[in-house]
Design a protein around this ligand. Sequence first.
Ligand code: MSP
Length: 498
Amino acid sequence: MNKATYVTTPIYYVNGLPHIGHSYTTIAADCLARHRRLRGDDVYFLTGTDEHGQKVLKAAQDKGLSPQDFVDQIIPRFKEAWKKLDITYDDFIRTTEPRHIETVQYFLQKLFDQGDLYRGEYEGLYCVPCEVFWTEKQALENLCPDCKRPVEKLKESNYFFKISKYQDWLISYIKERPDFIRPDTRRNEVLVFLEENKLNDLCVSRPKQRLTWGISLPFSPDHVTYVWFDALINYVSALGFPTKKDKFDKFWPVAIHLIGKDILRQHAVFWPIMLKAIGLNPPFMIFAHGWWQVNEEKMSKSRGNVINPLDLIDEFGIDVYRYFLLREVPFGSDGVFSKVSLIKRFNGDLANDLGNLVYRTLTMAEKYFDSKIPELYEEALDPIALKELSPRMNALPSKVDAALENLDFIAGLVAIWDLIGCANKYIEDTKPWNLKKESKTKELESFIAVLIAVLRAVAREIEPFMPQTAALISAQIKPDRVSKGAPLFPRIDVQHVN
Ligand code: MSP
């Protein structure tokens, strides 16, 4: 049986269109999914949308639409964006789908029946215009920290989940598994939080007087489910839990959740406890990546600096955007987006290194062998090919495997570029025109043949990162001949960029 891989992204709020932050997690997940498919795994790659709750309702109201009409209109735009970015998801879950609602209600009913949910009073400082509860610490001088208007004391009857009961279990669970929460900084952050604070029970409902856009509690028609409790369950509702046992049993034990660092607590504290209470194991791994800033500033609608991935791919191409996000910043660290750094990567790594290697290799095959791919004679290879190039080429798949096992996209790309750099240097050192002049035919044949082998290895390994580039390279190298195309990455003049 093939190995299974289950990779997920957060499900995105649909109060706006996808931006660079959303595309980052989705591209990283796609890269991992493609890599595992290439290696023969059975892959289930899940993304989707988080459609209930106050935020989405408000966005709908602003547009004068019912929430259902609003989400139905916006979902195709998410799917379109993912298609444009070459995202190969296997499933797209919407929290308004019956398959999801059924699973959420199953969770609620089971927790209620076993006594993990209880009814209680929720009291807090409420900002009516923002529709948010604040603690006393947050609402200094009784003012909403967001809009600075006065907050009021509000009391409402709600359902609470006894999460504190599972706190000690969770601490030991995390301690015993160094790879459960990654990177280590995030794991430590969660451990410190759990060790220094006693968890408050989680309020899992909202009264319908205040919010109706949500999943009804099966045992209390006057309440809807709190949006995070609803959303987290997508990771198992998409696998058909609790009815589709085979699919669930195959993929759940290997689940890898990729998330942003801002939603770590929900994923690393609430979610494992929800699962434990239901009798399920936590996911295999939670990896929290960092945040992108734009030109050193936080991205926000009010600053007007929100990056729309679709604009960038129109300007530079999909693969360049994917490459930049995965290559520029370690997955786990924060990063700064700027067009200038993107163009530097473009002109350096893509135009000079990769594009150049493809172009000059195929040009030589055209010139010396009339586009036929020559034979490779081991005995005619020189020491550089034998000692430098071939070992790198042979070790490449396992290096990329190891890198992606760690979600270290940079290490994977660096291994590929190490081979590209070595091949470029090989061309410079060998001086093929001399081989031609001296009629060293076998040597020249083997020289071109080994470079073609390098290009094939590169095309194969970069496919998860840059699927279109991989296809373009492969299309230029047929089984027995080459057909050279235009340069893959014509250099960009920085002066001409706005
Ligand atoms: N709906 C919740 C997730 C529920 S998952 C069960 C949510 N949605 S979100 O649309 O607001 O954000 C989704 C993801 O986008 C988060 O992981 C967040 O970290 C990521 N990003 C949003 N802005 C970002 C950047 N500027 N940079 C990188 N990622 C950021 O939260």
